[in-house]
Design a binder for this molecule. Structure first.
Ligand code: AMP
Length: 211
């Protein structure tokens, strides 16, 4: 099975990708991770990618498409994959479709994890991270254990105005891509509210029976 998982920041994509990859035996291809692997290899491409990633900027579409197309040709992706963080706009989605067609394959589904903006803002507003382990907690919904609580910190980008701007940008960029997948009859909309277990159950039901 070949899947793309899309959703706003704070939708719980990372958690659900891990569960889906395990449950359905798919290679979880996380774009940030794939870019970091390229950076670690060194060379011209590594320097180019690194200059954007280290500045916190998006890598240009053509470059990220080249990296992801190469990643998708690696052996583990042949058993099926779950793309996380790519494509992130319509241009990347078109390029992915063309690359898969060249490889005589196609996506099975592009899943949109839908979480209303007010729920996303509530989730993001309480997000704290353990600087020692990188584990993310939520002050109200999944508080850190008592031994960890004294050292958790808020993430740098967790300010309401920054989060609202990020969400507005997400909608502007994502809508045309979602439209493209809807036109191609690949779009699955899944309710991303509720507990991680509830969301995973909905995703699994939408995709098909595990096994
Ligand atoms: P992440 O690990 O998802 O936070 O991504 C880390 C960095 O990778 C981002 O800050 C961007 O520089 C880059 N990146 C991730 N996904 C994409 C994408 N689809 N298009 C362009 N750049 C990306």
């Amino acid at each position: 099975m070949r899947l793309v998982l899309m959703g706003p920041p704070g939708a719980g994509k990372g958690t659900q990708c891990e569960r889906l990859a395990r449950g359905f035996g798919l290679a979880h291809i996380d774009t940030g991770g794939a870019l970091r692997v390229v950076m670690a290899r060194g060379g011209e491409l590594a320097r180019e990618v690194g200059s954007y990633v280290e500045a916190g900027q998006l890598v240009p579409d053509d470059t990220v498409v080249a990296v992801m197309t190469q990643r998708l040709s690696e052996p583990d992706a042949a058993r099926g994959f779950l793309l996380d963080g790519f494509p992130r706009n319509r241009k990347q989605a078109l390029a992915l479709g063309a690359a898969l067609t060249r490889a005589s394959t196609r996506l099975d589904h592009a899943i949109l994890l839908e979480v209303p903006d007010d729920v996303v803002l509530d989730r993001l507003s309480g997000r704290v991270v353990d600087p020692q382990t990188g584990q993310v907690y939520h002050e109200r919904h999944s508080p850190p254990p008592p031994d960890v609580a004294p050292r958790v910190v808020r993430r740098r980008d967790d300010h309401l105005s920054a989060q609202q701007a990020q969400l507005a940008q997400y909608h502007a960029i994502t809508e045309p891509m979602v439209q493209l997948y809807a036109e191609r009859d690949l779009l699955l909309r899944v309710d991303g509210t509720g507990t991680p277990d509830a969301v995973f159950a909905r995703l699994s039901a939408a995709i098909g029976t595990i096994g």
